[in-house]
Structure formats: structure tokens, C-alpha cells
Design a protein around this ligand. Structure first.
Ligand code: NI
Length: 256
């Protein structure tokens, strides 16, 4: 069984077949799905999905690219959602400097990243962290908010094996998805070789990041077998072992 720790089935890419696809995936080897909110609107649609399907859980949070929509009312609204029985994490939150060069905007991202980390602490929930082109500031904010006191996953991990150690030292997991199957993903393959399997989670980021041989197509949790196979190959073990251990990891993290 595969534990899908990061998908966006509320995305419009699934409007045509969502209600056929999700039950099919849950019948065909995907045991649990964490659907991840990325804004106020998608946190709402994420929770609605979790209410509909017993094996779909929700993460509530606002992605760094959307934090301009946050204010104190939005924050309180998120806090209310965090108390929902199917909400098992705060996310995705973090920093994304890839598109944002402007100082003030980056500062706003750091502010709401820190606030949502504090929210997770207050609600005793793990966090799902998105971090792109912002490794140094991500670690800095995490240290400032004593991220060691909570736990979580660095989703769609894209930094070096050395930096992964810093996140592991704080007690965090590393989310591995389709990118690891790409031919040019040398750095990520090296990271997977070096970090313990006990700290890896399987994730798609569906509809994005489809693994080979589906690169560029719409992704879904069924394609995680290709990710598990690649991790198994890199570690010299079986993909069953990858599925079993990452399942246990996700259960431990999300307390399911
Ligand atoms: Ni995502």
C-alpha cells in the first residue's frame, strides 16, 4: 500500500473525472491520500474532499505565492479549520523566491510562514513546507520559530544532500516525488541515496510533477509506483520495502 502525502485533487485538472479517479486509486493500492490546501479557497475545497472520502485527509494552509490574501481574519479562519477532524497538517506553507524578487514580498512570505508555523505549534499539527530557491531563509525562519518543537515534511525536496541533513537534524521528513525519476535529477538522486529511508515520504504534488514515463502529463497517486521503484533502485532494496517503510513514516508523522 502506498501513502500519498501530497496531492491537489481539488485542482481543476481533475474536474472531469475526480469522482471516478479517487475511488479507483483508493481501490488500487493507494491506502491514504493527504490533499493539500494552498490558499483559503483551496483549503475549503480540500476539506470538502476529505469530508467526502474517509481515506482522504486535509492539510490547511496558504502557499507562499498566495500569502497576500492573508490577514488576521484569514489567520483566525485557518485556525478554525485546523480544529476540523479531518485536518491533519498545516500546509502547504513556506517560501518561494523563484518568482518573487521583490524584498517586501519576500518579507511578507517569511512573516506568514512564521505565523503558520506558530499556528501548527498551537494546534499540535505537523507542517508541510514548500521551499524553492529559499533554502537559507527557510532554515532561518524555522530556527526563529523553534521548528524543532514541531515536525513536518519538506515537500518536493529540491536542495542538496548536505542541506537535507539540516532538515533531518530538526526532525523533519523529506518528500520525494516524480522528479527523482528524471534523467537530469542527479542532485536529488544523491540525496535519496544518502538519507535514511525512515525519513522519506512518497508524494506526487498531483496534478503536477508526473514521473517518467509520464513526465509532462497529468499526475495522479497511481504513478507513485514509479517513484517507489526509483527509490528502491537507488537504495538497492525492493519497492515493497519502500512502500512499507514510507507508509509507516507517514503514519507516524500525521498520527494516523
Ligand atoms: Ni503542492
Amino acid at each position: 500500500m502506498i501513502f500519498e502525502t501530497h496531492a491537489h485533487y481539488d485542482d481543476e485538472a481533475f474536474d472531469e473525472d475526480r469522482d471516478e479517479l479517487i475511488p479507483k486509486l483508493l481501490q488500487e493500492g493507494i491506502g491514504t491520500i493527504v490533499n493539500v490546501g494552498a490558499s483559503i479557497a483551496s483549503t475549503k475545497t480540500t476539506i470538502a474532499l476529505a469530508e467526502k472520502y474517509p481515506k482522504v485527509y486535509a492539510a490547511a494552509g496558504v502557499h507562499p505565492s498566495d500569502v497576500e490574501e492573508l490577514d488576521e481574519d484569514g489567520y483566525l479562519w485557518l485556525k478554525e479549520q485546523a480544529a476540523h477532524a479531518k485536518v491533519i497538517a498545516i500546509g502547504e506553507i513556506g517560501l518561494d523566491y523563484y518568482w518573487v524578487k521583490e524584498k517586501e514580498e519576500r518579507k511578507r512570505q517569511r512573516y506568514w510562514f512564521a505565523r503558520q508555523m506558530e499556528l501548527a505549534k498551537e494546534c499540535a499539527l505537523p507542517v508541510i513546507i514548500h521551499s524553492r530557491d529559499a533554502a537559507e531563509d527557510t532554515l532561518k525562519v524555522m530556527k526563529e520559530v523553534h521548528a524543532k518543537d514541531l515536525t513536518g515534511v519538506i515537500h518536493c525536496y529540491g536542495y542538496s544532500a548536505e542541506l537535507a541533513e539540516a532538515f533531518l537534524d530538526m526532525g523533519y521528513y523529506i518528500g520525494i516525488g516524480g522528479v527523482v525519476t528524471f534523467k537530469n535529477a542527479r542532485k536529488l538522486k544523491e540525496t535519496v541515496e544518502k538519507i535514511p529511508l525512515e525519513r522519506i515520504l512518497l508524494e506526487t504534488d498531483a496534478p503536477y510533477m508526473a514521473p517518467e514515463p509520464y513526465r509532462g502529463k497529468r499526475n495522479d497517486s497511481g504513478k507513485l509506483i514509479f517513484v517507489a521503484e526509483k527509490i528502491a533502485e537507488l537504495k538497492g532494496i525492493t519497492s515493497e520495502e519502500v512502500e512499507t517503510v514510507t507508509w509507516r513514516n507517514a503514519q507516524a508523522l500525521f498520527q494516523l
